[in-house]
Design a protein around this ligand. Structure first.
Ligand code: PGA
Length: 261
């Protein structure tokens, strides 16, 4: 896994946006797996700025969703489908036809999970999957002790995740759904390039466990160690508990020019 330490969240956003722009130059119809939450927003802003400046062409890009709340009515502003429409598709000028995601309002949740796996395969698989990380080490909504081989399925959120996400629901944890659909860890690992972005001191422990801890289901993000092309982009605060920070800086400073991101 490559760990890239950047100054701050804005610099992380710029770096990842440039990586996406470069990918789209090589593969204009790339399937981009996007994440929700606060962390990736600087990426989407930086990418939209490149589109406006004419330095990135996203017109043929396709967008795939990572996870979704179960039980919010279709069109709820905090459903992740709505969030992706608002924060990714709209600013990038993409139509809903370029989007695939699981149906969190489906009556048959299991069928919705299977349908999403099928849709991902039919779309040719994810080229670049952007990931955040929970303070508990989750990726997508794969909470601690999720199977490292898991596929898209229903999960129950931890109270920690519901508390972390209450800020999107008027600060009221009771409004945060208990259940979610998430791509499994096995599903996520099939993306051709994984890019995990983490910013802020609150993520420092989870980042250290991800990059330097054992591969263990108790820290789902540690599964990235099993992927042949995983990039972890962290700001100084999120890097503050990395023992190998000096080596990571050295390796990035001497990165071969032909390597991406
Ligand atoms: P955040 O969420 O970016 O809002 O911190 C990350 C996550 O829960 O995966």
């Amino acid at each position: 896994m490559e760990v890239v330490i950047v100054q701050d969240a804005k610099a992380g956003g710029e770096l990842v946006a440039q990586g996406i722009a470069d990918l789209l130059r090589r593969r204009p119809d790339a399937l981009l797996g996007v994440a929700t939450g606060s962390t990736p927003l600087p990426v989407y802003r930086a990418l939209a700025a490149r589109v406006r400046a004419g330095t990135a062409d996203v017109s043929r890009a396709r967008i795939a969703q990572l996870d979704e709340y179960v039980g919010l009515p279709a069109g709820h502003p905090e459903s992740y489908r709505s969030v992706v429409m608002r924060t990714v598709l709209k600013p990038l000028g993409l139509s809903p036809e370029s989007f695939i995601g699981p149906d969190g309002s489906a009556e048959d949740v299991r069928a919705a999970c299977e349908a999403y796996e099928t849709a991902l395969t039919a779309a040719g698989g994810v080229d670049l999957q952007l990931l955040g990380i929970g303070t508990d080490g989750h990726i997508g909504f794969n909470e601690p002790c999720s199977s490292l081989a898991s596929r898209t399925r229903i999960k129950t959120l931890t109270e920690q995740t519901r508390a972390d996400n209450a800020r999107f629901f008027d600060g009221d944890i009771e409004q945060v759904p208990q259940h979610v659909i998430t791509q499994g860890i096995g599903t996520i690992l099939e993306a051709r390039h994984l890019v995990l972005l983490a910013t802020g001191e609150g993520k420092a422990e989870a980042v250290a466990a991800t990059a330097e801890g054992p591969v263990a289901a108790v820290c789902p993000a540690s599964a990235l160690q099993l992927h042949p092309h995983a990039t972890v982009v962290v700001d100084e605060a999120a890097a503050s508990k990395l023992k190998l920070a000096g080596y990571f800086r050295h390796a990035y400073a001497h990165k071969p020019a032909w390597q991406d991101l």
